[in-house]
Design a protein around this ligand. Structure first.
Ligand code: ADP
Ligand code: MG
Length: 258
């Protein structure tokens, strides 16, 4: 089982988009995929056809309920949904940090420290899933830290705009700390996201970014991508001429997704 987290402490950079495209593609290839929606805005959950009144993620993490009670099938028109499951979110997830503090003694008993809770829960699902794809909220909170501890790889969609690149430093510092302490096997990929190559400033920023990091092929800013979400039709299902399909194919090839 491979665990992939999509993260950026900035909002609106294409994290949920990345999760949706990646998870549905993997499921279409016959892998059994679990997605976890760690964002209280629950956009991934609703794109995958799942709306719950109240998420059970806190209870699951703490160990009060079992995995089978939080994992639900995704719903949609296409066959890949048969291989695609989700632990859905709702706005109640916003109080996760408070709940974890209240349950501190229980957390310590089970996991030692709260950062390890998710890894502990996922360790019981190794037989059941080939991939876990985690969507995270736009902040460096418990959800993100737990995900980094539990993951093999972190995908970081980054917009080629003014403040996004500065904000990356904070995330990369966190990545380094987790790698040095809890998870030496963790790797990352920076994905230029929603790029408009016609804008000079974006080209310049992309160039700057590529000098600082090894970056993957870019995902362009395309109306078709928004349609993919509103129609709930992943880009891998689009026609041969589709630019978004082309972008994602290049990306997946470059990071070894098949
Ligand atoms: N490559 C893209 N081209 C055009 N629109 C995009 C692209 N990626 C994401 N979007 C749109 O931008 C908005 C923010 O994307 P989203 O994935 O929700 O970001 P995040 O999860 O980082 O907040 C959404 O409306 C989404 O449909
Ligand atoms: Mg999101």
């Amino acid at each position: 089982m491979k665990v992939i987290t999509v993260a950026n402490n900035k909002g609106g950079v294409g994290k949920t988009m990345q999760c949706y495209q990646l998870a549905s593609f993997l499921a279409s290839k016959g892998h059994k995929v679990l997605t976890i929606d760690f964002d209280s805005q629950a956009n991934l959950s609703s794109t995958l056809g799942v709306n719950v009144a109240r998420t059970l993620i806190p209870e699951w993490l703490i160990g009060d309920i079992e995995s089978k009670d939080v994992i639900v099938p995704t719903e949609g028109k296409y066959d890949f949904h048969e291989n695609l499951f989700i632990i859905p979110s709702s706005r109640h997830l916003a109080s996760l940090s408070k709940l974890l503090i209240l349950s501190e003694s229980e957390v310590r008993k089970h996991a030692g420290r709260k950062e390890r809770l998710l890894r502990l829960r996922l360790s019981q699902l190794h037989e059941e899933f080939d991939y876990v794809v985690i969507d995270t909220p736009p902040m460096l909170g418990d959800e993100l830290i737990m995900s980094l501890v539990a993951s093999d790889k972190i995908l970081i969609p980054t917009q080629a705009q003014d403040y996004s690149i500065d904000g990356l430093e904070e995330l990369m510092d966190t990545f380094e700390i987790i790698k040095d302490t809890e998870n030496p096997g963790l790797s990352f990929a920076i994905i230029p996201s929603m790029v408009n190559m016609r804008r000079k400033i974006e080209r310049a920023r992309m160039e700057e970014l590529s000098q600082m990091f090894d970056i993957t092929p870019a995902i362009r800013n395309l109306v078709e991508m928004q349609e993919s979400i509103s129609l709930k039709k992943p880009v891998f299902m689009m026609g041969k001429r589709s630019k978004s399909k082309e972008d994602y194919e290049k990306l997946w090839e470059s990071i070894g997704i098949e």
